[in-house]
Design a protein around this ligand. Sequence first.
Ligand SMILES: *Cc1c(COP(=O)(O)O)cnc(C)c1O
Length: 478
Amino acid sequence: MLELHPAFKATLEQNLLNYISTRGGESLNLAQILTRGTAIDGGLFVPEKWPSVSQTQLSKLLTGEYTEIAGRVLELFGADSLATNSITDVVSKAMQAFPQPVGPPVTQLKKGLWTLELMHGPTLAFKDFALAPLAEIIASTLMHENRQATVLCATSGDTGAATVSAFANRDNLRAVVLFPEGGVSEFQRKQMTTTGADNVLTLCVKGDFDACQHMVKALYQTDAAKAYGYTAVNSINLVRILLQTAYYFRTSGLIKSKTGNASNFVVPTGNFGNVYAAYIAKQMGAPINRLIVTSNDNDVLPRLFESSIMQGNTTVKTISPSMDIQVSSNFERLLWHIKNGDGSAVQAAQQSLETNSRYTLSETEMQSLTTDFQALRCTESEANSAMQHMQNKFNKTICPHTATGVHAYLTLGDDSEAETIIVETAHPAKFSEAVAKATGITPTVPSHASQLMESQEVMHSVDANIQAVQATIDDFFS
Ligand SMILES: *Cc1c(COP(=O)(O)O)cnc(C)c1O
């Protein structure tokens, strides 16, 4: 059994954290939010404060294997409340499915420039780092509590694949995955439809990702939610984000020890979960300078940075479908921070987003936002050039999502004060058509991810309304 470092045990008592809704209501512990989606008031759970971290603890968060660091992070955030065995053991079990269980490779491309390769997991996207351990944690607590649950997940492709892989064929658990018709790559769709697991229902929704996400949020508020034990594993699930925080600690620690410098992370962004994980690590003392958010033509965040106005647009389909999002759910968490924890101010802003399709940030709020973040968009032709650049200059094949990050780096140039780390969010083989078109190279699917794909696809087509979705769920599991 993996033991927790004494430096962590000693201070756990002081770290009994509460989680509150970004809109002001509820106060729960980590176990209570593990299987919860949104709070009752529609907000997202955030830790009331950041756990206090001593220098000794910080140094232990910045070195070691992914599993140990993830265990330490979860301990700091209140894993004691979870009805599981050692949290580190549980995470460790999940990591066995990864080709590099020690953690994602951090590769130097040239002086000042690195990539963080998050795309080697079982389904070839960074989502595996959160979902594989999350599934193990949920399964373990359900077993201890003798409960059942149904995981609901709206996906633009990669979350669905990672969810299906992580939850297929588990006792006590069912999974329902909603993806937008025509909005995922063939590879992603097959990952979701070929497991043959009878505890997994894959729904092809006649609508876009935002419609899928909206329905998942709405399903939690229905009568069926209790009967099925609906559980969120979208990036609105905070435990998932905490698991991602671990690789930002590890990577920035590694870079600091090798170069003496802090890290700027360039994060291809959709729902703002991955980059929010980096923000948490920074707030807790990781040597991180700036967080650079990149988007494709669905540029809701770059437009916010330019105009101070948060305003969604119609989602357009791009070659980076996992970022085809106009409602960045997790941004509400950052909004809570930049509004200094004022739940009613967040409530008002989100209300305005619902009714007027927009809210505006004040000058002070924009200042607070741009202290840590900047945002850049990347068009399809810029993404193609970025893929070509990486191929020609570094002989490295990247996916179209990562390409938006490379484009941002090419636009901004080197930072004299920090190392730049481009986060590789998916394997190019998941998007081989777009990659081949840009570079002339057809990426090879790694062997650990190529099984299943030949099996028969099973999915159900459904209209974008919650009655239709619930009826299909009832039918499938009856
Ligand atoms: C999910 C995903 C993103 C966006 O991440 P968020 O946490 O939603 O911001 C980017 N790239 C890939 C490949 C993804 O799967």
